[in-house]
Design a protein around this ligand. Structure first.
Ligand code: ADP
Ligand code: PAZ
Length: 321
């Protein structure tokens, strides 16, 4: 730990330590961390946009750090069991992945799932995206929140918390609803099933939100209370807005063309009109949500990954344990 007590400028950084890209990548050089052919071909099969260099220099060291936490919690489990004279099984290790719309949370979460599954004991890793817990459009409309998708109040937070608590307590076959970007709504009668994973990754805009106060002044729990490790994917707001518009543009040429797509009207619009519409979604929904709700949770993460203009991670900030 002593080697990490200074940030990239040589200053201490409160309860955090910061490593610039070069120093972080050196961690990869100092520990043999390799990607086998099978993992590489699976990543290629997923069309992961992350460069190989980025995977090796940034994400492998991150998973290595996660494995330290994983091991530590395993030891703690065993010694607590001994002390309490219990023999309860180890609960799943829960990782939260937070950040703005379009910053790359899904990409990061999918990549982590792939890399973590390749640990030597081949843990069973499951991924949950919180969009499944958005209220259905009809309910959002009833609440006057149809244009607030992604804001904390647009989610059934109680159901999400129940899901994470059930998985964390080792329950078999815990189910969650599914959101479709194609229909822009919750898919009726469809659930995903999570069956006692070793590791659960929970990815979403608001996963680091603190617990809310109840009307009587007491505080409830939040999903972040059950995280053993969390990652905040960070970038400048300007870059994220650009990535949002770029992704919208790509989807216009691909998924929006699907006759079942809620957004098919954008495929028919001119590029300028479509981008003006997307810019408006950013400026009225996703941008304000970032500033008001998401960014304030950044300091709660175990690790902040700060990206540059090309999604290249420029520095990593780790909370001192
Ligand atoms: N590491 C990366 N390298 C290059 N492009 C990336 C990377 N991560 C994400 N992207 C691109 O950025 C956009 C947003 O990523 P995505 O994972 O869909 O974001 P989110 O889940 O946060 O909305 C997508 O177009 C994706 O292809
Ligand atoms: C589905 C999302 C709310 C993200 O959900 P998450 O999985 O991060 O909880 C977001 O990607 C989104 O589509 N926002 C909607 C903005 C709009 O109304 O178009």
């Amino acid at each position: 730990m002593a080697a990490m007590s200074l940030d990239s400028s040589g200053e201490t950084n409160g309860p955090y330590v910061e490593r610039d890209r070069e120093a972080w990548a050196e961690l990869a050089a100092s520990t043999p961390m390799t990607l086998d052919e099978e993992t590489l071909s699976r990543l290629r099969g997923m069309n992961d946009p992350t460069s190989l260099q980025e995977v090796i220099e940034v994400y492998l060291p991150l998973t290595r750090l996660m494995s330290e936490y994983f091991r530590h919690f395993g030891d703690l489990y065993r010694s607590t069991n001994d002390f309490l004279r219990l023999s309860v099984g180890r609960t799943p290790f829960v990782i939260g992945v937070a950040g703005s719309v379009a910053v790359g949370k899904s990409t990061t979460a999918r990549l982590l799932k792939e890399l973590l599954s390749r640990w030597p004991h081949h843990p069973h890793v499951e991924l949950l995206t919180t969009d499944g817990f958005l209220f259905p459009n009809a309910e959002l409309e009833r609440r006057g929140a149809l244009h607030r998708k992604g804001f904390p109040e647009s989610y059934d937070r109680r159901a999400l918390l129940r899901f994470v608590m059930d998985v964390k307590s080792g329950k078999p076959s815990v189910t969650a609803p599914v959101y479709s970007h194609l229909s822009y709504d919750i898919v009726p009668d469809r659930r995903i099933v999570v069956n006692q994973p070793d590791i659960l990754i929970v990815e979403g805009l608001n996963v680091l939100q603190p617990a809310r106060q109840r009307a009587d002044g007491t505080t409830s729990l939040a999903v972040s209370d059950f995280f053993d490790f969390s990652v905040y994917v960070d970038a400048s707001t300007e870059d994220i807005r650009t990535w949002f518009l770029q992704r919208f543009s790509t989807l216009r040429d691909t998924a929006f063309r699907d006759p079942g797509s809620y957004f098919r009207r954008f495929a028919a619009m001119s590029q300028d009109e479509a981008l003006a519409y997307a810019g408006n979604i950013w400026d009225t929904i996703n941008g304000p949500n970032l500033v008001t709700n998401i960014l304030p949770t950044r300091g709660r993460a175990t690790a902040i990954m700060r990206k540059g203009t090309n999604h290249d991670v420029r520095w990593v900030r780790i909370r001192k344990v």
